[in-house]
Design a protein around this ligand. Structure first.
Ligand code: ADP
Ligand code: ZN
Ligand code: ZN
Length: 738
């Protein structure tokens, strides 16, 4: 018998698996396997897919006890070391098991125990002898050959899909060109599309824009974070386009553009495709089918895609030649993942840029206070664009309507109704913006003040009149509208509050000739529904848009000249310390929708507190002044960005074990001493959610290092605690929701 350690092919593989344990697992293989390959291994009673993150010749486990891998996938590109080190960093920073972090950053197809073959296609281009021959060398009769030749000349590399668009007879034509020895080809993953109809209109940059572009390009060869602070319509996207043009021009370099929401990708994609036709572009977001997602991810990983536009998760996409990152709407809360690994994609992007030593541009009209603080202190470069790019277009006029002083009609003030009428007469469009929180109708007993509650959550049920039901917007619980107050027997129950559906009815009564379109989560549930609605708005088939947050972002409606903001006061006094910052950002965004083209816009805000500093800042559209005020408050109260926070969140059917677990966490952390302040366990605002009793424990620290030092010791002890497997818990570093 030979010692297996002496066999030349004996290899120990360190394999990361999707299991809630930190660390990697040792397996044996008698064929050579590379780091970054996928393998299938036995784990307990099951087969699991794993990623080889390292190889060794030795293991702590006796060789005879080591299991062999069951399978490996040879024909797939392997993951690179940047991918591993970035996820290692995130797993540590966000206190999440490494294997799970790694596997959840992969497209679903790569988490299955099967080979994941993405479809491939050929792409063709003219080689030097083809280019030397020129299109004149093709006989005049050969129209298809000429057409293919010219298209290749104009666009560089074209795939089968685009050639098929040129002519159904393309295969024969191409074969003829190939017979001349003029064509080279490559095989790439399917999904690359060249733009055959590009726009060559390149607007002249204004002073602020060119300054921004030049500043970034001047320091493009090292790590440099930039805040591009530009009001809506100042031409930030145009700046991104120029940066991409310049950075990608010479080599095979790549760029990653993060956007907060899937809804915003199609617009940006279309604009980039038409302006940057020379750079193959793919998108990555959760609306893609699994195979398309894998395909696009592979295109990025192999370097064939030069631009990747993606949402949160795409920050982990392997990009071997990444040279520039852009985070659009960097303040947006959807960059923060709210379950599994609770990472913040903007922060991960910054870490990645630093490790790659490349520039990163964070764009926003209303930056996160953390970002603004970094720009003020000089850690980030600040690029400011305070003019609208289209010179005729002006900033909107912002006015407050004091709702205490006027007779409201179903939630609408006379001023707002009059303004709506005027727009209607002029054939212009209006947007009524609803802050979803505090705006949903509830079922109220006017005799005893009972309000229909959700039995599973600490929340109230929302009345959906049309469906005749009450629904919980947190857990989805649904029941029939009750006819009689269960508390006092009163048979006269009223829906109160407004809600989008009620508002639609009110508008129909007050302005019967207006064409009203409601855009909210309910009305856009169907696939493509939002796209259809947006085209209806652009086609002028809508007079009044009624909508929530969804409409505030990014959409450009040239004929929209009035924005009415219906109810924001609940957010002014929310216990969440970020509520004011968010409301301000939201109102800036939504007022940015008015007057985008040559027509000036008006914003009417209905409120009980017209003199609130937030509205004053909004009237002067002065983000900087407002941010300075908020930062002062944060400094006094020692909240981020001056101090750093983490939460341990826990929930169970019963509060007792939650409390005990959190108490334990607090005790352990306090024993460590140091500068970290450990609070007592508390119930969050939403005490009960989906039938689970919730609790949380807050840590506050003067530095990230101090906080990390505590968490690094604490998390393993929490994982080892007997209650750990009986309750649901998570560590949330830099939490956004409390
Ligand atoms: P932002 O992304 O800051 O909201 P955009 O880049 O979308 O702004 O620009 C707003 C509008 O101004 C767009 O219609 C865009 O085409 C136009 N635009 C941008 N830059 C210029 C420029 N330098 N000259 C003329 N029009 C411009
Ligand atoms: Zn009652
Ligand atoms: Zn509920």
């Amino acid at each position: 018998m030979t010692d297996p350690r002496q066999t030349p092919h004996m290899q120990i593989l360190k394999v990361a698996l999707d299991v809630p344990l930190d660390g990697v697992f040792d397996y044996r293989s008698d064929v050579p396997i590379m780091v970054g390959q996928r393998v299938v291994v036995p784990f307990g009673p099951r087969r699991q897919v794993g990623i080889v993150v390292d190889t060794a010749t030795d293991s702590d486990i006796a060789p005879a006890k080591l299991k062999f891998i069951l399978q490996h996938f040879d024909n797939e590109p392997v993951l690179d070391s940047e991918f591993f080190s970035l996820l290692r960093f995130c797993a540590d920073y966000y206190q999440y098991p490494y294997g799970q972090a790694l596997l959840s950053a992969l497209p679903a197809r790569l988490r299955q125990t099967e080979p994941a073959q993405a479809r491939q296609q050929f792409r063709y281009w003219l080689n030097p002898s083809g280019l030397a021959a020129g299109v004149e060398a093709i006989p005049a009769r050969q129209v298809i050959q000429q057409r293919i030749f010219s298209a290749l000349e104009a666009h560089g590399r074209l795939g089968e899909t685009e050639l098929a668009e040129l002519s159904p007879g393309w295969r024969k034509g191409l074969a003829a060109l190939r017979d001349h020895g003029w064509i080279d080809e490559e095989q790439v993953y399917a999904g690359l599309r060249s733009t055959l109809h590009a726009s060559n209109v390149q607007p002249e940059l204004n002073g602020e824009q060119s300054h921004a572009v030049q500043a970034v390009l001047a320091q493009r060869s090292g790590f440099k974070p930039w805040l591009l602070h530009g009001i809506t319509g100042s031409g930030k996207t145009e700046v991104y386009i120029r940066l991409l043009q310049a950075v990608l021009e010479d080599n095979d370099d790549q760029a990653l553009v993060l956007v907060p929401e899937i809804n915003l990708t199609p617009q940006l994609e279309a604009r980039f495709r038409s302006r940057l036709p020379q750079f193959p572009l793919v998108t990555l977001h959760s609306n893609l089918g699994e195979s398309e997602r894998l395909q696009n991810w592979r295109l990025a990983q192999t370097g064939a895609a030069r631009i990747v536009i993606g949402t949160r998760l795409s920050v982990f996409t392997p990009l071997p030649r990444l040279k520039l990152m852009i985070v659009d709407e960097e303040h947006d809360t959807s960059y923060k993942q709210q379950d599994s690994m609770r990472y913040h994609a903007r922060d991960v992007a910054l870490v990645r840029a630093q490790r790659r030593n490349i520039p990163i541009v964070l764009g926003s009209a209303t930056p996160a206070l953390e970002t603004w603080h970094n720009a003020q202190s000089g850690r980030y470069g600040l690029l400011s664009m305070q003019q609208r790019a289209v010179s005729q277009s002006q900033l909107p006029q912002v006015h407050c309507v004091d709702v205490n002083r006027v007779q409201m009609q179903e939630g609408l003030s006379p001023q707002l109704v009059k303004a709506l009428k005027t727009r209607l007469e002029r054939g212009e469009q209006s947007l009524l913006f609803i802050n979803r929180r505090g705006y949903s109708p509830v079922l109220l007993c006017t005799a005893c003040q009972w309000i229909a509650p959700c039995m599973r959550c600490s929340s109230r049920l929302v009345v959906h009149l049309r469906q005749g039901c009450l629904r919980c917007h947190h857990c989805g619980h649904e029941q029939k509208i009750v006819r009689q107050c269960p508390s006092c027997g009163n048979p006269d129950l009223h829906p109160t509050g407004h809600g989008t559906q009620r508002l639609e009815e009110t508008l129909a009564k007050l302005l019967p000739e207006a064409r009203v379109l409601r855009v909210d989560r309910d009305s856009t549930r169907r696939k493509n529904a939002l796209d259809d609605m947006l085209s209806a708005v652009h086609a002028g088939e809508v007079d009044i848009l009624v909508g929530t947050q969804m409409l505030a972002k990014g959409h450009d409606f040239p004929n929209l000249t009035l924005v009415g903001v219906l109810d924001t006061d609940s957010a002014l006094f929310s216990p969440d310390f970020r509520a004011a910052e968010r409301l301000f950002a939201q109102l800036m965004q939504v007022s940015g929708r008015a007057g985008r083209a040559e027509k000036p816009g008006t914003v009417l805000i209905q409120t009980t507190f017209p003199e609130h500093s937030l509205f004053n800042a909004l009237r002067s559209q002065d983000y900087a002044a407002y941010a300075t005020g908020l930062l002062n408050e944060r400094e006094i109260t020692q909240f981020p960005p001056y101090e750093f926070l983490a939460l341990v969140k826990a929930e169970a059917n019963d509060y007792m074990p939650v409390q005990r677990f959190l108490q334990f966490a607090g005790d352990v952390a306090r024993e460590m001493g140091g500068e970290v302040l450990v609070y007592d366990p508390v119930r969050p605002q939403m005490e009960r959610l989906k039938g689970m009793e919730r609790g949380q424990l807050l840590f506050q620290a003067p530095s990230r290092q101090a906080l990390q030092a505590v968490l690094r010791q604490l998390t393993p002890q929490l994982r080892a605690h007997p209650l750990s497997s009986k309750i649901r818990w998570a560590v949330d570093v830099d939490p956004q929701e409390f």
